[in-house]
Design a protein around this ligand. Structure first.
Ligand code: ASP
Length: 460
């Protein structure tokens, strides 16, 4: 059994759905479970509808409902005729009615809770998956549509609900597995779930990949395919580095580091369930299905001499330097510093420390003034914004002498504010001024990937 997850651009219109169906057909012998996102842009429109309703802008909200309905009706019209077209058009109309009723409810109450937001947001996946299921049937695929809310049981932290693995596993074995074993292509939704009491939840924006990984891990899938609209994970951002290479194979650890540092393809949490079960994850391009994509596995058998896999970067960083005003060797300094960040729920990306000082980087500056105020009670604090983190990732960084010299000599004229090597030793990060980041990334890529051609099994 395999999991095939298709993101928003892979289901965006009739052409994309036909294309997806051809991709699925080729995998029938491997028993696919198909997990889909909402059509591209629809989740945003649904949330916008909810917000308009909360602001009392009923007309505008209902216009958006009509727009969402007609987007899907057009797909139905392009894919079907006759009875199926009529049936699906009616079905979409009834979902649109449900949406309009939600709008009315929020307008009357003048309040939008996260619980209601999740019901709004769930509608995109419900619409896309239902259309695709009927298209599968019209193409003579034995298809079984399952509402993910029947098995993706979560807690009630609406908008970022936590999946309850034990219950999900039991439900999957009850509802989904027998259908797969009976030769059905099971199609369901990513992103959405429900509480044990049947209240609709979502597991966080972009959560469909996570849904796919959970289902794959709990059903011990052979592999998890994440179909997107890029050829895979690249050696750097192609909008900055024109000749960025596609990475053919990388480790889970490398992919997770990159995800944290802004590689926009996969969210790190996504791969965790797969990592735990050692299930390979493949990132593929539905607009270019013959490309081999990027394979992410626990221990790739790759060349030890390939040191760097990718250079990621993140802009919009604020660097905070904290110097203890107390005596040397005072205990508890680091603890006090991190307590303050924790209190304000502010994620620290990188740190560099000495006995009496700490540099930390953050991107969420919502509570910066409070954080500074509290830190000032025991330290001298300076915060500088408009910084960027550059992060060099590769499993073999660990045992490679001389890399830092090569790296720094490629950018001798760039002012480096901070350097940090992660405890996993597979990333080397440093902080530079934001306006120097593009140039620095380009030059580093030129230096560190000069011999990428010698590793045809790793880079394309
Ligand atoms: N449709 C959801 C979103 O846009 C989930 C997903 O596509 O992964 O966030």
């Amino acid at each position: 059994m395999i999991i095939m997850k298709f993101g928003g651009t892979s289901v965006e219109d009739a052409k994309a759905i036909k294309n997806l169906t051809e991709i699925v057909k080729k995998e029938i012998p491997r028993k696919p479970i198909v997990i889909v996102s909402a059509c591209s842009g629809i989740t945003n429109q649904l949330l916008q509808t909810a917000n308009l309703a909360a602001e009392g802008k009923k007309e505008e909200a209902l216009n958006l409902v009509a727009k969402i309905e007609s987007h899907h009706k057009k797909i139905v019209k392009d894919l079907f005729d006759g009875d199926t077209q009529r049936f699906l058009t009616k079905h979409l109309a009834s979902i649109a009615e449900e949406l309009a009723a939600l709008v009315n409810g929020v307008v009357v109450l003048g309040e939008l809770t996260n619980r209601s937001l999740d019901t709004f947001a769930s509608i995109g996946e419900r619409m896309s998956s239902f259309i695709i299921h009927h298209y599968f049937e019209s193409q003579k695929l034995k298809s079984f549509w399952v509402d993910a809310r029947s098995f993706m049981i979560t807690d009630d932290q609406f908008t970022k609900a936590i999946p309850q693995f034990d219950i999900i596993e039991r439900k999957l074995r009850e509802i989904v597995e027998p259908k797969v074993n009976n030769g059905y292509v099971v199609i369901s939704q990513g992103f959405i779930g429900s509480t044990v009491n049947g209240v609709t939840t979502t597991i966080g924006r972009g959560g469909s990949d996570y849904s796919a990984a959970i289902i794959g891990a709990l059903l011990n899938a052979e592999d998890i395919q994440i179909w997107t609209d890029v050829d895979g994970i690249l050696s750097s951002d192609p909008s900055v580095v024109k000749d960025a290479k596609k990475i053919k194979v990388m480790s889970f650890n490398e992919a997770a580091e990159l995800a944290y540092f802004g590689a926009r393809v996969l969210h790190p949490e996504t791969i965790l369930p797969a990592v735990k079960k050692n299930i390979p994850v493949r990132v593929l391009n539905s607009k270019n299905p013959s490309s081999s994509g990027t394979l992410i596995v626990a221990n790739p058998k790759t060349d030890k001499h390939c040191i760097v896999k990718s250079i990621a970067y993140k802009e919009g960083i604020t660097m905070i330097s904290i110097v203890s005003t107390r005596m040397f060797l005072a205990t508890g300094f680091l603890e006090n510093v991190f307590d303050v960040f924790h209190k304000y729920r502010t994620v620290v990306h990188t740190v560099a420390t000495s006995e009496v000082s700490v540099s930390a980087t953050i991107d969420n500056i919502k509570n910066l003034s409070h954080i500074i105020k509290e830190l000032k009670q025991f330290a001298t604090v300076t915060a500088t914004d408009k910084k960027a983190i550059i992060c060099i990732v590769g499993d073999n960084l660990r045992n490679t002498p001389g890399l830092a010299v090569r790296m720094l000599s490629a950018i001798t004229d760039v002012n480096i504010n901070m350097i940090s090597q992660g405890a996993s030793e597979i990333n080397l990060s440093f902080v530079v001024d934001e306006d120097q980041v593009d140039d620095a990334v380009r030059r580093l890529h030129k230096e560190l990937f000069a011999n990428a051609g010698s590793f045809p099994e790793i880079f394309e």
